[in-house]
Design a protein around this ligand. Structure first.
Ligand code: SAM
Length: 184
């Protein structure tokens, strides 16, 4: 069985957008307790590396790093482990909530933006970025960056995501690093 309810969200996103392809190299940010990593392996990704601050029970077919993805050495470590850049970066990360809605909102967006910039360091051209965002979706600034860096940007709320939660996922495909460089 799946280790998390969250596993169904990735399954539903994959069913809708056909994200996971056999042979893929994927980085799973915020992997604990391991549900998304299980889904990635099961759906044919050949190399999966999960990263989390918390320990994760071993996932057959995946590698796990216990650490903070913002660690300056993380990108290098991941590309070494994968033997090159990743085809997809997925992030189901959520910060610890304070209960103060505006603060929580800012933290969640901040984390998603950091995950996006991290993905620029490790994604291969044509790659995919999936991340949890909230409410109206990505903030304007993040959305502008996404649109510049990816051929297609969509938002989705998978049915497994509770209706009363403000959670939403951004699905960006067709990473184009050259467009990003030209704009910089
Ligand atoms: N997708 C997972 C699954 O299916 O099992 C559930 C992920 S859970 C909702 C979010 C995770 O993000 C938490 O385990 C948390 O520790 C992790 N996280 C938050 N900030 C992080 C960071 N800076 N680096 C690594 N992991 C982080």
């Amino acid at each position: 069985g799946w280790r998390s309810r969250a596993a169904f969200k990735l399954i539903e996103l994959d069913e809708r957008f056909h994200l996971i392809r056999p042979g893929m190299k994927v980085v799973d940010l915020g992997a604990a307790p391991g549900g998304w990593s299980q889904v990635l392996v099961k759906r044919g990704a050949t190399q999966v590396v999960g990263v989390d601050l918390l320990p994760v029970e071993p996932v057959a077919g995946a590698q796990i790093i216990e650490g903070d993805f913002t660690d300056p050495e993380m990108a290098g470590r991941l590309t070494t482990m994968l033997g090159g850049r990743a085809d997809m970066v997925v992030s189901d990360m959520a910060p610890n909530t304070t209960g103060h809605a505006p603060t929580d909102h800012i933290r969640i967006i901040g984390l998603a933006e950091e995950a996006l910039h991290f993905s620029f360091e490790i994604l291969a051209e044509g790659g995919t970025f999936v991340a949890k965002v909230f409410q109206g979706g990505a903030e304007k600034a993040m959305l502008d960056t996404l649109k510049q860096a990816f051929a297609q940007v969509r938002h989705a709320k998978p049915p497994a995501s509770r209706k009363d939660s403000a959670e939403l996922y951004v699905v960006a495909t067709g990473y184009r690093p050259k467009r990003l460089e030209a704009a910089a």
